[in-house]
Design a protein around this ligand. Sequence first.
Ligand SMILES: Nc1ncnc2c1ncn2[C@@H]1O[C@H](COP(=O)(O)OP(=O)(O)OP(=O)(O)O)[C@@H](O)[C@H]1O
Ligand SMILES: C[C@@](O)(CCO)CC(=O)[O-]
Ligand SMILES: [Mg+2]
Length: 324
Amino acid sequence: MREAASASAPGKVIIVGEHFVVRGSMAIVTAIGRRLRVTVESGGDGIVLESSMLGRHHAPLPGQGTAASVSTVLEPYMAVLRSLAARGYSVVPHRILVESKIPPRAGLGSSAASMVAYALAYSAMHGDPLSEEELYSVAMEGERIAHSRPSGVDVTIAVKGGVLAYKRGEEPVRLEQRLAGVTLLIADTGIERQTRDVVEHVLSVAESLGEASNHIYTAADVISREARGAIERGDAERLGLLMNAAQGLLSALGASSLEIETLVYRMRRAGALGSKLTGAGWGGCVIGLFREEEAESGLRSVTGDAAQAFTASMAEEGAKLETL
Ligand SMILES: Nc1ncnc2c1ncn2[C@@H]1O[C@H](COP(=O)(O)OP(=O)(O)OP(=O)(O)O)[C@@H](O)[C@H]1O
Ligand SMILES: C[C@@](O)(CCO)CC(=O)[O-]
Ligand SMILES: [Mg+2]
C-alpha cells in the first residue's frame, strides 16, 4: 500500500433534464472545467477530512466509534469507505484532503465529484484503482446519502466527463459537441440548499399535480431528446429555446425561486439564447447560453444579483489520478 494517492473529478452542468431524470426522463449533462481534488494519506487517528470549503471533520474508523460521532459532511465518505471495504479494500486510518473549485450545494455536482475523487484516490492508495464501472457503483453509495433517490447523472458525468445523454438505468451516450461560437455562463445565486430537500419537494408537487405532471415529464423528455439533436447539429438557437422551455417546466414543479428567476431574466435581457437553473434549484446556479460576442454583457448583467459568475468550458475530462 502507498503512503498517499490523489485523484480529481470535474463539476457538471445539467443543460436540460434535471429532476425529470429522477423519474426516468433523459438529461443532457456536461462536465465543466471546474474540478475537485482529493488526496488520501494513510495514518493518523481514525478518519480526518480537511476541506478548504467545508472545514475539518473527524470520525473513528467504521465500527470503532458510535454512529453519532460522524458529521453529516463525513457521512457520505463513510458510505463510500464501507462500499470499498465490501470490495476487499482494507480500512485503515487516513486523512482526506479536499481542494475544490466547485462551490458546494450549488447544483454543480460537488457531492458527486467528491465521492468519485475520494473512491478513486483511496483505491489507488491500495495499489488497485477502481475501474469506471466500480467507481460509479462505489461513489453512488455516498451520493445516496447526499441526494434523495439520486438518478446517477451527477456521478456518471463525474466519472466519464464529456457531454452525455443520460437516462436512468441505461448506458449513457457520449455526444459530439458541435456548438461553435457560444459560451456557457454560470451565475451562482449564493443560496445553498441540499439537493435531497428539493428532489423530495419536486416529487411531491408532481404527485399532487396528478395527470398533468405526466404530460410535464413527457414534455421534459421530448425537450431533452431535441436538445441532444441540437447539440450534435451545433444548433445553439434551438438549444437555447429548449433550455427556456425546460426552465418553465422546472418552475411548474416548484424547483425555481425568485433569485433564480431574477438571474434567468437578467441573462435573457442581456441576449442569452437560453437560460435556466441547473441542478436541483431553490438556489444554487443558473446557466445562460450566450454567443461569444455577448458573453461579456451577460456577465455584467448578473454581477449585481449573483454571488459569483463565471464562464465554463464544456466537455471536460472525467475522473483521473493526479500526481502527488
Ligand atoms: N468541497 C467539498 N469538500 C469536501 N466534501 C465535499 C465538498 N463538496 C461536497 N462534499 C461532500 O459531498 C456532500 C454533499 O455536498 P453538497 O451539499 O455540495 O451536495 P449537493 O446538495 O448534492 O449539492 P450539489 O448540487 O453541489 O451536488 C458534502 O456533505 C460532503 O460530504
Ligand atoms: C436534481 C437532480 O436531477 C440533479 C441534481 O444535480 C437529482 C438527481 O438526478 O440525482
Ligand atoms: Mg449533489
